[in-house]
Write a protein that binds this ligand. Structure first.
Ligand SMILES: Cc1cc2nc3c(=O)[nH]c(=O)nc-3n(C[C@H](O)[C@H](O)[C@H](O)COP(=O)(O)OP(=O)(O)OC[C@H]3O[C@@H](n4cnc5c(N)ncnc54)[C@H](O)[C@@H]3O)c2cc1C
Length: 660
């Protein structure tokens, strides 16, 4: 049962590296004084199963803060058993996790701390933060959450690999080690279809930790690794006895999920993406994060900075290691032979300049990196690139077969309309808004038709109001579908994008728009306004928003809008509608209903036929004139869109709370 006794000022969910580092930092800043602290950790944290290594200068704060638990420091580094290289003024330092936990436990003795051996099941924010475990619910003003993030499977195999290792702490028969030199990477081992190297930390001239490490899609094969490691040690250092065996796995993931974060619930450690994907190092990142957090305690914004440049470099390397694993060894070899260690360590600390980085890339296997850039671009923007295909075809036909250009593109659009355009709108019963049992029944048809009738009534009363309303709810819907696709968590931003999309399309085709307005009995737009300028401004704002949200697909869609200037209005919109919007909506429905394309298409078949019949009837019945028929089709589309948009909005809302 919940009692007042369970209200804490600060709760640490997990007592691992990140919590310990943060506790040390908060203690240093005197932020734990007079606080009721709760630490919830399921394990005893007695085993010494991790070592944390990092490089730093003697004058760095991190050295001052952790000097009493730094057990070893190396001033020289070796790569591939070659020349020993001084890393002056830096040193490579070693801390054991046991040392870190004990230092932190000592600090905690000074405060009002409750330790609870439990697993946190859920953390949610109400007036206070509620932390639910299997035994109880605690309340807190603030929670630092270091539970491992829940990874949504399956992950892209091209952007998420593992760093896995098997290590031996050994005592050599002969004192052949240089205890001032550690080996960061020695690639003179079997690569086993990945990128493998040996990492050596000598603790004395005859004792060391040897780790066979693998970067790859598959984790290291322990049996093969132990055999290879034994051979390696024997070959290079002679006979030995194994004192301890170490194994570990670190995700080198670009697709780490964004975990819940607010003013009161703050992810830390791996959960806050503190493990650098391309290296697996995290200690210094967690230290810097702890410094930032402790400096912001009590303030409303707890921001984390991340550099998109270095994230992009990480992305490239992970892609190469995943897709062309045989390139790992030559790339690292060339990196270490062409660059100074001080630069490489600065680069890994994300403190190097763009100019220096370009100099470095030019000396590496530049073709492989450029290929990775191109492949990544294509993979990330595949759905948007499809949009450019009809556009390019239109441009091409315009030059070689101008009389067939429009006809061909409209034929393509018609095919797309019957494959996904209409079918994506025929799943509304499955979202559950108008049908409790997600089936098409009388009640569903009645509700659907009622909403359509309301929209039609507005057309009868005022075509202008009906049209403006139609544009507004369509902007909402297109934006909502796109932000789902682009993983942007703001419906308002989606709506803004929808409005910008319509503005750009309309302002660049005012005369064509006015023809449509005339058929709908709506007043035409005045020709004297600076429409071209407004079109350009729509594009600029769209680019700015896309940049702010770091969304490449959004940038590409804005480029599509810019190019649509040279295409007819209806064609541009239809290409967007069929090849982007409908396809995105279709994918969202298919994934969440866990159905195949074919089974969804079969469900939609009667609607396709219905639409076909409707179009034929309207076109055969040309008594009222083509303009009248086109206006009727437009009004019908606007009416049928309203219940569809409401259904999809309901679907996306449920998708967010995973209730579909
Ligand atoms: C073997 C190994 C060696 C590494 N070496 C280095 C290195 O040399 N240098 C470096 O910079 N980085 C290194 N790293 C990477 C990084 O420093 C570590 O992964 C670091 O431990 C991450 O800190 P964390 O707090 O996020 O996770 P952890 O230290 O794993 O702490 C998370 C804690 O949360 C607890 N927990 C889990 N589930 C729950 C739950 N439901 N409720 C409550 N508590 C829960 C866990 O028991 C654990 O104690 C290494 C990692 C490994 C695995």
């Amino acid at each position: 049962m919940k009692t007042a006794q369970h209200v804490y000022d600060v709760v640490f969910s997990g007592f691992g590296a990140s919590s310990c580092i943060l506790i040390n930092e908060l203690h240093k800043k005197n932020e734990l004084r007079n606080k009721r602290i709760l630490i919830i950790e399921p394990s005893e944290k007695k085993t010494n199963d991790k070592t944390f290594c990092f490089w730093a200068k003697p004058s760095d704060d991190i050295i001052e803060d952790y000097k009493e638990i730094i057990t070893h420091s190396w001033s020289k580094v070796m790569i591939n058993q070659k020349k020993k290289r001084e890393i002056n003024p830096l040193k490579y330092h070693h801390i054991s996790c046991e040392g870190l936990y004990n230092k932190t436990r000592k600090i905690l003795k000074q405060y009002d701390v409750t330790m609870s051996r439990e697993k946190v099941a859920q953390i949610e924010e109400k007036n206070l933060v509620l932390i639910t475990t299997s035994k109880t619910t605690y309340e807190a003003h603030m929670v630092f959450d270091s539970r491992p993030p829940k990874i949504k499977m399956p992950l892209s195999e091209k952007q998420n690999i593992w760093q896995s290792f098997t290590g031996y702490k050994v005592k050599l028969k002969d004192a052949v080690l240089d205890e001032n030199t550690c080996t960061l990477m020695d690639f003179n081992v079997n690569q086993d279809g990945g990128t493998q190297f040996v990492y050596i930390l000598p603790y004395s001239n005859s004792e060391a930790l040897f780790e066979l490490t693998r970067f790859g899609k598959e984790k290291i094969n322990t049996e093969a690794a132990q055999r290879d490691l034994k051979n390696y040690i024997h070959r290079n250092y002679g006979s030995f006895n194994i004192a301890e065996v170490e194994r570990g796995v670190i995700p080198m993931f670009m697709d780490m999920p964004k975990c819940q974060q607010s003013k009161r619930i703050i992810p830390i450690g791996t959960r806050a993406h503190m493990v650098k994907p391309s290296t697996g190092y995290a200690f210094k990142n967690m230290y810097k994060h702890a410094q930032t957090l402790s400096a912001q305690v009590g303030q409303s914004i707890l921001k984390q900075k991340s550099s998109s440049r270095f994230k992009f470099y990480d992305r490239l390397l992970i892609y190469i290691l995943a897709v062309w694993p045989q390139m790992g060894k030559p790339i690292f070899n060339r990196l270490f032979s062409s660059q100074s260690l001080s630069y490489i360590l600065r680069f890994l600390d994300e403190n190097s300049s763009l100019k220096d980085d370009m100099g470095m890339f030019s000396k590496l296997q530049i073709g492989t990196f450029l290929k990775a850039v191109l492949y990544l671009f294509i993979e990330k923007s595949k759905p948007q690139l499809i949009l450019f295909a009809p556009l390019m075809l239109y441009g091409l036909l315009h030059f070689i077969l101008p009389e067939y250009a429009e006809l061909s593109i409209y034929a393509l659009i018609a095919i797309g309309l019957f494959l996904v355009g209409i079918p994506h709108g025929a799943m509304d019963h499955k979202t559950g808004l108008f049908s409790d049992n997600k089936k098409i029944n009388l009640s569903f048809i009645f509700k659907y038709l009622s909403v359509m009738s309301m929209a039609y009534l507005v057309w009868l009363i005022s075509p202008t109001v009906a049209l403006v309303t139609f544009i507004i709810y369509s902007a909402w819907h297109f934006g909502e579908t796109d932000i789902q696709e682009w993983k942007i968590n703001s419906r308002f931003v989606g709506f803004l994008w929808g409005l910008l999309m319509f503005s750009a399309l309309f302002f660049s085709h005012v005369s064509e728009l006015n023809v449509i307005l005339k058929t709908l009995n709506v007043q035409a737009l005045p020709s004297e306004l600076p429409w071209l300028g407004l079109f350009i401004w729509s594009l600029i704002v769209s680019f700015i928003l896309a940049r702010l949200h770091r969304s490449l697909p959004w940038v590409l869609l804005t480029c599509f809008l810019a190019l649509s200037y040279w295409m007819p209005l209806v064609m541009s919109f239809a290409i967007y509608f069929v090849f982007h919007h409908s396809w995105s909506g279709w994918k969202h429905l298919r994934t969440s209903f866990k159905e195949s394309n074919w089974s969804l298409f079969k469900t939609a078949l009667p609607f396709n036929l219905g639409a076909f019949v409707l179009f034929v009837v309207l076109f055969l019945n040309s008594g009222m004139g083509w303009d009248y028929n086109i206006a009727q089709i437009f009004i019908f589309i606007s009416c049928i869109s309203l219940p569809h948009i409401l259904s999809m909005s309901y679907f996306y809302k449920k998708l967010k709370t995973k209730r579909v």
